[in-house]
Design a protein. Structure first.
Length: 238
């Protein structure tokens, strides 16, 4: 009977050993998970260059943060009233920050019946920009719509607008031939990639969005400029 009792104790010892191994394994796994989590958090912190002030939405996209520089992409439409108002205010922002702010203008349309006739206006801007007349053409196209009441779906209007800023027959020929058609399509697709639903929409450093959507609470051009000013100042102070 005594021997039987001793044999009954052996499994208990083995069970205790297995329990110790299991606990040690759990400790090791927990340590690995903690280390990985800490590393990930550190990585996120390094990549998280967001303003401490201002109204914006953080996008799930890679950022393009660069110390001492703020990169802004503006999606716009030439028949958009807010875009026209902002076009008159943006030069003040550019003047204030100089080469610390880099602004890229992306004219676009939505693929809806009321917008598709204006696709050529995108091409007109692109062709003007590559000929060193982008800023002049942008302002001239807005003026054609909102001051002169012209129709930018008209090829003749676009040709005349180009000539008004000093572009010649080379521009007219390129516009007629659709030389910038592919680049206009790329603009539209980029807007779709960023899910642009309002114009103008500003993408700051690749992953911060500001627009005129109701949730932003921005009602006019002055409020938008003030908000952009706040965001830019905050990013440059980092």
């Amino acid at each position: 009977m005594a021997k039987k009792k001793q044999k009954q104790k052996l499994p208990e010892k083995k069970s205790n050993t297995n329990l110790i191994y299991a606990v040690l394994a759990l400790i090791v796994i927990a340590a690995i998970i903690f280390a990985m989590s800490s590393g990930n958090n550190e990585s996120v912190k390094k990549d998280e260059h967001v303003p401490s002030d201002g109204t914006f939405v953080k996008l799930n996209k890679p950022g393009t943060y660069e110390p001492g520089k703020v990169k802004i992409t503006e999606f716009l439409k030439f028949n958009c009233g807010h875009c026209y108002s902002l076009n008159q205010e943006m030069p003040n922002l550019e003047k204030k920050y100089g080469d610390k702010v880099e602004i890229t203008y992306i004219p676009m349309i939505w693929r809806i019946p009321t917008d598709t006739p204006f696709r050529k206006s995108i091409e007109a801007y692109i062709l003007a920009e590559e000929r060193g007349k982008g800023e002049e053409m942008k302002s001239a196209l807005f003026k054609a719509v909102f001051v002169e009441g012209k129709d930018l779906s008209s090829l003749i209007v676009l040709e005349d607008t180009g000539r008004s800023v000093g572009l010649d027959d080379d521009f007219v020929t390129a516009l007629k031939n659709g030389d910038a058609s592919g680049r206009a399509e790329a603009n539209i697709r980029l807007g779709e990639e960023y899910q642009v639903s309002y114009t103008p929409t500003f993408i700051i450093n690749g992953n911060l969005m500001v627009d005129f959507s109701p949730g932003m609470g921005i009602l006019n051009a002055n409020q938008m400029i003030n908000n952009l000013d706040t965001i830019i100042g905050s990013l440059l102070s980092q």
